[in-house]
Structure formats: structure tokens, C-alpha cells
Design a protein around this ligand. Structure first.
Ligand SMILES: [Zn+2]
Length: 356
């Protein structure tokens, strides 16, 4: 294979993981960031990326891409996260992804309770549609890229005033870690330590966030952390094959994936279906861990059943700009699971939204 042919092949593979446009992946590979076609990171950089994914990846709203992230550009000392445009509330009102991201991420003290948002997160600057985030006392960097026209300064000002008026000191411009934040770490020491075991995993997943779009059969992706386990719940509608082996192979690819192993699993793909399958929800569960690391794992719940989150997921996803090619794959209009209005059988943890 020629050099150009090899580069093209690598660029196409990296696209599957990061979602970047082809020319961007090709240029990144040509520049040879740090020798690996999809570089990973450690330390504060990994922590910041993991915190960003944890806060943005909870689900609860429909976005045009899973988790509301269109693509990511991973570099050795930074990551650029391209946010989707907006979601829609049930009355049809649009709400920008940029505003939603700030609602989740910005740290503010709730005196006597705890710190909301990411402890130690600091706004390092705004350049056009880019918001630069870092951690107190660190040079790590995550750039949240809004859609053209995103007015970060305005959104930040609004939140600053609201927090101040509500008596919750905003912390995102504080020059060092505040007493509120140190107290929160001290008071929730175990949670803090558990979550640090997940930094490497969260960062690696953020750097491969497009897998949930390119390599998963799920129309709905949500995640949350319990103890030192990061749980992802992936919903595939009836009529669309539940292709979890394909997703797992990509996720654990020896070159592009994470060095995870299956600790334990329960696959129910072979089980006989309940005749009344309108209400049947099958789940295959995989627990993955890093070799030789006793703490911090990934749990994947591949669910297969009728559309759980409302009767018009396809219409809603269309209205927030989901790519039609993807929509036709994960929620084809002919899907039998779409016509069954089931409602949710039990509330899913981590749910914050009104529509899913
Ligand atoms: Zn299975």
C-alpha cells in the first residue's frame, strides 16, 4: 500500500472513533501528533476530560448525536469537543447545547450543601465559538466548541449573575482551589477517590465518543457513575439488530481501542422472546476492566426492546438535526418497536430530562 493509501485508511478508521471530518483526521495523522494514531492522556488532562464526559453524557435530552457531542479532536495535551447545536423541550422550545453544558459543568458553591458542577474547573478564556476550560493550578485544556454564533461570554455572565443572586458563589474564575471545593473533596473523600479511578477510562471514552454514533446500534445513549463503575445504557429498538459484538470489538480494538478485558458478562441474545414483546426489554450486560487494575470499570448495558423513551423518538431526533443516514440505521421508520408506545417500565438512574 502506498503511503497516501495507508494514511487514508488510518484517517477513515480514526473518523469512526472521533467523528472528525476526514480532512481533519488526515491532517492530524500527517502531523503525527505523538506517534499514535489516536493519542491518550493521563493526569489532570485525563481528569478534566473524564469530568466533562461525566457531566455532558448523562442523557436526559435528545441531541443530534449521542451524548450531544458531534465529534472530538484529541491531542496530546488538549481535546477539542464539538458540541451539538440544541435540544428541544417538550413544548418545542429550543435550548442550546452550549448553555446546557455550562449548567452542568460550572462550579458554584451551595453553602452548607456541596459544590455543584466540576470541582476545580476554571474558565481559561473564550475565542469566538470556543470556550477554553482548565483545572485550577493546571495547564490541562478542554475546548468546548459551540456552533457558529455561540455567545459564551453572554452565557457565562447570565450564570454568574443568577448564581450570585441565589447566594451561591460562582467559582469558575477563582485563581486557586477555593475553601468550598477543598471542603467538598474532604467531605466526600470516598466518592472523590472512586471517581479518580475512572479518569483514564472517561478520557479514553471521550476521545472515542463517535463510537456511540458510528459503531453502536443504539438510538439512545446515557451514562452515569455508581461507585467506581461507569455505566452506559444503550437502547436499541426492536427490528434493528443488537450489534453489541461489533461495538465491543471496536471499543477493545488492540490499536484504536482501550486495553479493557471482559471481567464478566451476561448475554441474553439467545433467550426466547416473551410472546407479549411489546413490553419486553432484553438486556445484555458487560463488565469491562483494565488489566491489573482492581478499581474502576465500565459497565455496558445493551438493551433491546420497543422504543422506551416516548413514542416519537425518531421525530424528535429529526427535529434536532440528527443525520438521516444514522437515523435510518438506528430508528428506521418501518421499525416495529417504534409503533409500540410502552412508556418506561421503571425510572432509569441519571435521568434528568423530561423526554427520555
Ligand atoms: Zn447479547
Amino acid at each position: 500500500m502506498t503511503m497516501g493509501g495507508r494514511l487514508t485508511r488510518l484517517a477513515r478508521t480514526r473518523q469512526q472513533y472521533t467523528g472528525e471530518p476526514f480532512q481533519v483526521t488526515r491532517n492530524a495523522l500527517h502531523g503525527g501528533d505523538n506517534g499514535h494514531p489516536l493519542p491518550d492522556t493521563t493526569g489532570d488532562q485525563a481528569r478534566l476530560e473524564a469530568e466533562v464526559l461525566a457531566k455532558l453524557g448523562t442523557g436526559g435530552q435528545w441531541w443530534s448525536h449521542p451524548l450531544g457531542i458531534a465529534h472530538v479532536r484529541p491531542g496530546p495535551g488538549s481535546a477539542v469537543v464539538q458540541l451539538d447545536s440544541h435540544t428541544r423541550f417538550s413544548r418545542g422550545t429550543p435550548y442550546p447545547r452550549s448553555a446546557h453544558a455550562l449548567d452542568r459543568l460550572l462550579p458554584m458553591a451551595e453553602p452548607g450543601v456541596q459544590v455543584a458542577g466540576v470541582i476545580g474547573l476554571r474558565v481559561a478564556g473564550v475565542e469566538g465559538a470556543d470556550l477554553h476550560l482548565t483545572l485550577s493550578g493546571s495547564t490541562c485544556r478542554v475546548v468546548l466548541r459551540g456552533v457558529p454564533g455561540t455567545r459564551w461570554e453572554e452565557l457565562l455572565d447570565e450564570r454568574w449573575h443568577h448564581a450570585t443572586e441565589a447566594g451561591c458563589p460562582p467559582l469558575w474564575y477563582s485563581p486557586s482551589l477555593t475553601s468550598h471545593e477543598s471542603a467538598d473533596i474532604r467531605n466526600h473523600g470516598e466518592t472523590w477517590r472512586d471517581e479518580r479511578h475512572l479518569d483514564r477510562l472517561g478520557s479514553a471514552l471521550l476521545r472515542r465518543v463517535a463510537l456511540f454514533h458510528t459503531s453502536s446500534s443504539a438510538y439512545s445513549t446515557r451514562s452515569w457513575i455508581t461507585g467506581d463503575e461507569w455505566i452506559f445504557e444503550l437502547d436499541t429498538v426492536l427490528g434493528v439488530p443488537l450489534a453489541h459484538d461489533h461495538f465491543l470489538a471496536r471499543l477493545m480494538d488492540p490499536v484504536w481501542g482501550l486495553p479493557l478485558g471482559v471481567d464478566r458478562q451476561h448475554c441474553s441474545c439467545g433467550e426466547r422472546r416473551d410472546p407479549d414483546e411489546r413490553f419486553y426489554l432484553r438486556q445484555c450486560t458487560y463488565h469491562l476492566t483494565y488489566a491489573a487494575r482492581p478499581h474502576g470499570g465500565l459497565q455496558l448495558r445493551f438493551r433491546h426492546g420497543s422504543a422506551v423513551y416516548g413514542s416519537d423518538a425518531r421525530g424528535t431526533l429529526k427535529s434536532v438535526g440528527s443525520p438521516m443516514k444514522w437515523l435510518d440505521r438506528v430508528l428506521p421508520s418501518s421499525s416495529p418497536g417504534l409503533s409500540a408506545v410502552t412508556g418506561r417500565r421503571r425510572p432509569a438512574r441519571g435521568s434528568t430530562g423530561e423526554s427520555r
